[in-house]
Design a binder for this molecule. Structure first.
Ligand code: FVH
Length: 294
């Protein structure tokens, strides 16, 4: 039996997510200190064994590691910005959502205040926290992550992405891009099929199979992108562009919104005009990788 006491941890910000984080630390046996602007949100956690700190300063002083989970970065600065709040030597792990630029700025701010800093992104909903399905991404100095990894592991599957503090936020938005694109594609297909009386539930398993099939293409397509060479092994972009026309025409014919197919077709047309019609679909990375000026 291992009787080594678990490391203490502080959680600041007890909204829906912060309460789930603190609850998972408590469940794993970590001495957990909490603070929230609206103090009543700590009540349930205190009943479960947490210590409620009377001030933010007390919460930070309770141990070497503090998790921040606030609405946005402005809230972080509003709360911890005043100079009388001593951050020297403490480790802040900021799981507040924001952009990569905000994460890098926050890292500089924390360094000026003498704190160690990791930025993070939670790819889970509150109910999933504390299970292996909850993926939590971290970026910043590796040694800071390694020092606290055993504590962070109470939250789910924790990963360190690299020293650049902006990486966790970038992965976060890249994940959102994937999620909404897949959902929008499914909604487009569902809208088309509903015009023929096929309901969403009937299409869903078929759509799932297509999504899984497309997911299988990703490693090979990623290799093409990383090499910058796009031989048409399966289909050329100009062939795909003709299929895009079918999608647009069908959508218009049955009275379904064709904005999304037209957008995709416009990108393909630009790539074809730039001489990439004979190459494979991932050559569109060149269109995705620059601002749209049209
Ligand atoms: N909930 C989720 O499923 C998502 C999953 C992915 C990542 N997010 C991000 O987590 C951050 C917090 O989200 P949340 O769901 O816990 O949000 P709320 O329930 O609205 O709680 C917000 C907390 O922030 C406190 N707060 C706001 N402004 C201030 C401030 N100026 N000073 C001090 N605290 C502040 C707020 O306090 P109170 O209103 O209870 O007094 C809450 O504790 C967020 O970045 C998500 O994007 C969650």
């Amino acid at each position: 039996m291992n009787n080594t006491p678990l490391a203490p941890v502080t959680v600041i910000g007890l909204g829906l997510m912060g309460q789930a984080l603190a609850g998972a630390f408590l469940k794993a046996g970590h001495p957990t200190t909490v603070w929230n602007r609206t103090s009543s949100k700590a009540d349930r956690l205190v009943a479960a064994g947490a210590r409620s700190a009377p001030t933010v300063g007390d919460a930070l002083a309770a141990g070497p590691l503090t998790i921040l989970c606030l609405t946005d970065y402005d809230a972080v600065y509003e709360l911890l910005g005043p100079d009388e709040i001593d951050l020297t030597g403490t480790t802040l792990i900021n799981l507040t959502s924001g952009s990569s630029g905000q994460a890098r700025e926050a890292a500089e701010w924390a360094a000026r205040r003498g704190a160690h800093y990791l930025d993070g992104a939670i790819m889970a909903i509150p109910a999933g926290i504390g299970t292996a399905d909850a993926v939590i991404l971290h970026s910043g100095p590796q040694q800071v992550f390694e020092a606290h990894e055993p504590t962070l592991a109470a939250l789910g599957t924790v990963t360190h992405l690299g020293a650049d503090h902006g990486l966790a936020s970038l992965y976060d938005v890249a994940g959102l891009a994937m999620m909404w694109s897949v959902l929008n594609a499914w909604l487009q297909g569902t809208a088309l099929l509903r015009t023929a009386g096929v309901d969403a539930a009937t299409f869903a398993p078929f759509a799932r199979q297509i999504a899984a099939g497309v997911a299988d293409w990703l490693p090979g397509y990623a290799e093409q992108i990383d090499k910058g060479a796009f031989p048409a092994e399966v289909s050329a972009l100009e062939t795909d562009a003709r299929a895009m026309d079918h999608l647009i025409e069908e959508s218009e014919a049955v009275g379904v919104n064709a904005e999304l197919p037209r957008l995709i077709k416009a990108m393909a047309e630009r790539a074809i005009a730039a001489g990439h019609g004979g190459e494979q679909y991932p050559v569109l990375i060149e269109e995705f990788g620059k601002p749209h000026t049209g």
